[in-house]
Design a protein around this ligand. Structure first.
Ligand code: URA
Length: 433
């Protein structure tokens, strides 16, 4: 088999056989197919697409290019959740303990933030002592004992994706539904959970800018999961404004604590309850979302979800005195209020601009190797639908940088304020299963 024939076949719109896809992945990981050939095939896939059988085959061969975690030693149905990334997305920190407090097991591998999106691992590491690198044995033990663990990727998981994603990033070939879907799903499937809930975000602060694009990606991923016998469902959530009020690591951890204590922002609480009730259905604990929601509301109100959070933080080495007394967390040197210059209703808070400003203030990384300032970030004082008067605070900047004039302007301009009332959409716009 010759890689140039496979490239040419795809370039002319042909359907690749399982053998051709397997050949590509195996030989690329071994180094026998060169980066320029792989990028040429990725470009052909970007232009001509892949049908759902090809996409599933690509995912399966990528998944088996390295270790596949076997969670069968842990009793019960293991559920996982994946977000395609957004601004202020601290969902795993609340959803994990919320779901685990019902007895459902969550064995989750997470990632770090890059660019305008934050990452769960960075948020966790902003809690002093917190470990994200557990051994496989520690990971299994913790999920068995307390029902949840969130760690960084272990071992040699999906080496094909590590190579391909880095290549796609520099060859303009990220933007393709079959390539994105196979990249995300190969990692999720290799992590070993029985059921996967995908939170596919859309809007300015998301990878997919429109609801239609997000739906297409969600459907492709759900199809892959089903074809490989995993209960896979997806929610489509609005990222046209940041999630909740807090953006930035310590600020988001504090918001997660407040949420687990029953004082969370309404959009964030709604997302956690809805996503959680679907996960309880996937774990076969309940047979309807309504039943799941009632259980989760009780876990929040009774403080059991909060207690599970404390247990989780302690199990991974975190100092729970910070959770019990959040004022112990370090605070940035500069706290600056951004004020409204006009009166009216907030129509939009451009999540991408808030995310990029938070990154420039120190909360995120422009490049993988950049370090981050856990105290930095932005607190929104207003959300879409709120009425603001001239001079009222729109958002509060937290930073240790001495110069942040550009970020003040960017945060100010991220708020679109108009005279008429906006239409308010629910945070979850659709469910794909
Ligand atoms: N995230 C991934 O893991 N892979 C992609 O291709 C895009 C986003």
């Amino acid at each position: 088999m010759q890689i140039q024939e496979i490239i040419s076949k795809k370039r002319h719109g042909g359907v690749l056989s399982d053998e051709e896809i397997a050949f590509f992945i195996k030989e690329y990981v071994k180094g026998n197919i060169k980066d320029y050939q792989a990028s040429s095939l990725c470009m052909a896939i970007c232009c001509m697409g892949m049908n759902s059988h090809e996409t599933s085959a690509l995912t399966s061969f990528m998944m088996h290019s390295g270790d596949v975690v076997d969670l069968s030693k842990i009793q019960g149905i293991k559920v996982d959740k994946h977000s395609t990334g957004g601004v202020g997305d601290k969902t795993s920190l609340v959803l994990g303990p919320l779901v685990a407090s019902t007895g459902v097991k969550l064995a989750k591998m997470s990632g770090r933030g890059l660019g305008f999106t934050g990452g769960t691992l960075d948020k966790m590491e902003s809690i002093p002592g917190m470990r994200i690198n557990l051994s496989e044995e520690e990971f299994f033990d913790q999920v068995s004992k307390i029902g949840m663990a969130i760690i960084g990727q272990t071992g040699n998981l999906v080496p094909a994706d590590k190579k391909l994603y880095a290549l796609r990033d520099v060859t303009g070939t990220v933007d393709s539904i079959p390539l994105i879907a196979s990249s995300i799903m190969s990692k999720k499937l290799a992590s070993g959970s029985d059921a996967i809930l995908l939170d596919v975000k859309f809007g300015s602060g998301a990878f997919m800018k429109t609801l239609e694009e997000a739906k297409e990606l969600a459907q492709a991923m759900v199809n892959i999961g089903k074809s490989l016998s995993r209960d896979t469902r997806a929610i489509l959530t609005d990222m046209s404004q940041p999630l909740g009020f807090a953006v930035g690591n310590i600020l988001e951890v504090k918001e997660a604590i407040n949420t687990l204590k029953g004082h969370g922002p309404s959009d964030f609480v709604e997302l956690c309850l809805e996503a959680g009730s679907i996960m309880l259905m996937q774990a076969k604990l309940v047979s309807s979302k309504e039943e799941g929601r009632a259980i989760l509301e009780e876990k929040l109100a009774s403080g059991k979800a909060y207690l599970k959070f404390l247990e989780f933080i302690k199990a991974q080495g975190g100092d729970i005195s910070y959770i019990e007394e959040p004022s112990k967390f370090a605070v940035a040197n500069h706290i600056y209020e951004v004020k409204a210059e006009n009166e009216g209703y907030v129509h939009e808070i451009k999540a991408i601009d808030i995310g990029l400003s938070a990154m420039h203030l120190g909360a995120g990384r422009a490049k993988k190797e950049d370090s981050i300032d856990y105290t930095a970030g932005i607190i929104l004082n207003k959300k879409v639908g709120n009425y603001v008067k001239k001079g009222e605070v729109l958002a509060t900047i937290h930073t240790n940088k001495e110069h942040f004039e550009e970020e003040i302007k960017a945060v100010h301009d991220a708020f679109i304020i108009l005279k008429e009332k906006p239409i308010i959409y629910p945070i979850i716009r659709d469910i794909v299963f």
